[in-house]
Design a protein around this ligand. Structure first.
Ligand code: NAD
Ligand code: WQD
Length: 337
């Protein structure tokens, strides 16, 4: 039986495909390469010693999906495909809703038509919005504050209602916190297009000399050192969380909603210091104004992921920085050579 991985040449998808292959699964990747490169397939193959199938295409392409389900014995779908830029989504709402929501609905319809009713969905902690309490538990109110978070919550709702309409559906909604790091081989990692929006890839590009200095978006928050606090989780921990969710779905029906985080909050200054230790380099930075839309602090309550999936994150911030630095220093220009 085969696992269809949409968005499988992307950052989190590629790391998950490696672990799926290493666990002996047959994997088929569908990706339109709007935010990744086909070269990732070669890197995955080199790491895992086995190649996934790869189809370049869009989850919105109904005819293509019909062909895939007719031709391949797909038992489960892991749905990573989506646009994720919080900075961009507000200016391009129709693109985000079409890609993330309509694309998901087309996928779910063709899964239903093919009798494939098992899915792991990439959701996000952004569905929670402003913290009413911390750490975020899965029961925290759901009030996203941007188009991207709304798109994720909409897809969660579609899957909840689909499972209500047909008890045969098995659904895992995984709410990721802040994925960072890279595979320990240094062969795959995060390769953002253009100027990185996110902290860790920006710090890594400063360290490798691609950026002059880091702008720290505010040091006057009511947090441990005034800078923003986040729950960074190693991408390999995130990947293993998906394998745990697959195992859960093999034994359970209905909908599982679970945070994938470490339960630990790390500040911007703490991450900078950890990265300086990992790279043995100073990271030049300048404190500037806060970034609009940033929350001061959020991190996961990681208890339920342990209870439900018997899974918990293994790696701390130091390992996240060491692995990021290995990837960045070995691939100064990402996959672009
Ligand atoms: P990514 O951009 O590296 O990977 C997404 C992949 O999906 C890319 O390879 C892209 O080419 C592909 N894609 C996008 N739209 C597609 C479409 N219509 N058809 C086919 N392929 C398409 O992003 P990532 O960081 O790996 O994130 C994977 C998923 O996890 C996304 O859905 C994202 O919203 C979610 N997520 C990411 C984070 C994060 O901080 N990275 C946090 C929470 C949730
Ligand atoms: C982390 C901290 C910034 C960049 C985003 C998305 C979220 C999810 C994960 C998809 C904050 C500070 C950052 C910089 C800085 N993605 N920072 N200088 O904003 O917590 O979450 O990625 O689901 O949806 O919102 O991550 O890495 O952008 O910021 O000072 O150049 O680093 O203020 O405190 P964020 P981030």
């Amino acid at each position: 039986m085969t696992i269809l991985v949409t968005g499988g040449t992307g950052y989190i998808g590629s790391h998950t495909v490696v672990q799926l292959l290493e666990a002996g699964h047959e994997v088929l990747v569908l990706d339109n390469l709007c935010n990744s490169k086909a070269q990732v397939i070669d890197r995955i193959t080199k790491i895992a010693g086995k190649a996934p199938g790869f189809i370049e295409g869009d989850v919105r392409d109904r005819a293509l999906l019909k062909q895939l389900f007719a031709k391949h014995p797909i038992e489960t779908v892991i749905h990573f495909a989506g646009l994720k830029s919080v900075a961009e989504c507000g200016q391009k709402p129709l693109l985000y809703y079409d890609n993330n929501v309509s694309g998901s609905i087309v996928l779910f319809e063709e899964m239903k038509n093919a009798g494939v009713k098992s899915i792991v969905f990439s959701s996000s902690a952004t569905v929670y919005g402003e913290p009413v309490f911390l750490p975020y538990t899965e029961a925290h109110p759901l009030k996203p504050i941007n188009v991207y978070g709304h798109s994720k919550l909409m897809v969660e709702q579609v899957l909840q209602d689909l499972a209500l309409s047909d008890r045969a559906w098995k659904v895992a909604l995984l709410r990721y916190f802040n994925p960072v790091g890279a595979h320990h081989s240094g062969l795959i990692g995060e390769d953002p297009a253009g100027i990185p929006n996110n902290l860790m890839p920006f710090v890594a590009q400063v360290a490798v000399g691609k950026r002059a200095k880091l702008s720290v978006f505010g040091d006057d928050y009511d947090t441990k050192d005034g800078t923003g606090v986040r729950d960074y989780i190693h991408v390999d921990d995130l990947a293993s969380g998906h394998l745990a969710a697959l195992q859960y779905l093999q034994k359970n029906q209905g909908v599982l909603t679970v945070n994938l985080g470490t339960g630990q909050g790390t500040s911007v200054f703490e991450l900078i210091h950890a990265f300086e230790k990992a790279a043995n380099k100073k990271i030049p930075y300048e404190v500037v104004a806060r970034r609009a839309g940033d929350l001061p602090e959020y991190y996961a309550d990681a208890v339920y992921s342990k209870t439900a999936l018997d899974w918990q994150a293994q790696h701390g911030i130091d390992r996240m920085c060491v692995d990021t630095w290995r990837w960045q220093s070995q691939n100064p220009n990402g996959f672009g050579q």
